[in-house]
Design a protein. Structure first.
Length: 94
């Protein structure tokens, strides 16, 4: 699972997932119902406080689930498994 510590890393993860899915920024922005300008800002880590609704719509369009857990390994093992499963599914769809 990819650990994200800031907005820049989140943007890079979204960009990588978009590219892995074979989508252009325009295609993803249409699928997620967000503006391309917003998507570019998020991918570049320039969105200081990304709109949560748009963020979840974008993750959903990429078939990525998002989970929270504490930093302890035991409590995040299920979240890690869920993220790995989501990535495998996304890879199979590419």
């Amino acid at each position: 699972m990819r650990k994200l510590n800031n907005v820049r890393e989140l943007g890079l993860a979204i960009r990588d997932a978009r590219r892995s899915a074979g989508l252009t920024q325009l295609e993803l922005s249409r699928e997620a119902n967000v503006s391309r300008r917003w998507l570019i800002a998020v991918e570049n880590g320039e969105a200081q406080a990304p709109d949560a609704t748009k963020l979840f719509d974008t993750l959903r369009a990429l078939n990525i689930s998002f989970g929270l857990g504490s930093s302890g390994e035991d409590s995040t093992s299920q979240a890690n498994q869920d993220a790995a499963d989501a990535l495998r599914i996304m890879d199979q769809q590419s």
